[in-house]
Design a protein around this ligand. Sequence first.
Ligand SMILES: Nc1ncnc2c1ncn2[C@@H]1O[C@H](COP(=O)(O)OP(=O)(O)OP(=O)(O)O)[C@@H](O)[C@H]1O
Length: 391
Amino acid sequence: MQEVQLIIWDEAPMTQKYAFEALDKTLRDILGFQKPEKREQIFGGMTVLLGGDFRQILPVIPKGKRPDVVQACINRSELWKHCNVFTLTRSMRVNEYYPNGEIDNQKQDFNQWVLSVGNGIVPAKAKDGEDEPSWIQIPEQFIINSSDSPIEAIVAETYPNFIERQHDEEYLKERAILTPRNDDVDEINTYMFKKLTGKSVTYNSADEVCKASTECLDQQQLYPTEFLNTLNFSGMPPHALCLKKELPIMLLRNVNPTKGLCNGTRLIITELGEFFIHAKILTGSHVGDNVLIHRIITTSNQSKWPFVLKRRQYPVKPCYAMTINKSQRQSLNYVGLYLPNPVFSHGQLYVALSRVTNPAGLKILMTEEADPEFKNCTRNIVYKETFNNLL
Ligand SMILES: Nc1ncnc2c1ncn2[C@@H]1O[C@H](COP(=O)(O)OP(=O)(O)OP(=O)(O)O)[C@@H](O)[C@H]1O
């Protein structure tokens, strides 16, 4: 068997420190079995490469307050003092160099502005009753003027000529609408789904209560299937999943990472079968591959209900629009940032602004503020204390 030499863990800042601590203990245990000195070494002497940007989304702690989030990060773990930090200095996504080596000033300014947003150093104002100034001015060039039908406006801006180009893979692949909340994502996807031509097929899930999660024996009476079908959880497909051929979808689980089918991979549906969805991969390392997706059992892990729901369904969701959190790792040529409500957690504005490969491809639609002092302003939340011990 080949020996593992290196473990690479991407997006480390959004993983709770306990996961790394568990990995540390496990590796010490396994590798120390034959060589006892490895028990004394960090990660059992294995090299672990953590990648990530603390300006981006931090661990999600349900109902957690700011200190809970900051304390859950890897740089608040005992392990951190054993880490060497290497800093990347050049943005490869928005390449500010012309082929002849000269600098494109517009792109350089954009990169610096996005970094300042991420570092929380763009001048900000506070509204009445707020402790911390967090409202920043968005440059005029990115603004879409708000209209009576904001969804129509953001769709028209991000997906121009959608009726003619709705089947064009390149067109679909290079753009997305980003927004902070799942209900806005669903509203935009439903609006665009109706515009997509072709027959809609609805796949209903099989739902049940996970028996190990509750002591109640009479589950069928307390939680009938009809009730379970009405429940929706973020990151879980709905009971009634409506799909059409040529709809862009996103995977909600790691289905088969070696084949490029990871949580967040975008695909386009090529055929809707009875037991499989045929799809073509649009993003990641296996672009262009034709794959089959089958139903899997997903469970609700953070639920307000006193039970865990088991849902057997295709782990996919339409992705004309996606949440900002889900867009992390994506690179897009055109981004429509829809902010009917401002962002609500650290790094979300930075992640949204830094998805785009060219400043010309970024458009932002915000709800118009009644107070003229806050015209074209939106909230930028940065937990600066997270950066304290990075270098
Ligand atoms: N060495 C390189 N040469 C050319 N392009 C590159 C290089 N490295 C990265 N890129 C391009 O830059 C973009 C961002 O790369 P990548 O997704 O690896 O960055 P990242 O730091 O993980 O991004 P993020 O964490 O913000 O999602 C991609 O479009 C990628 O193709």
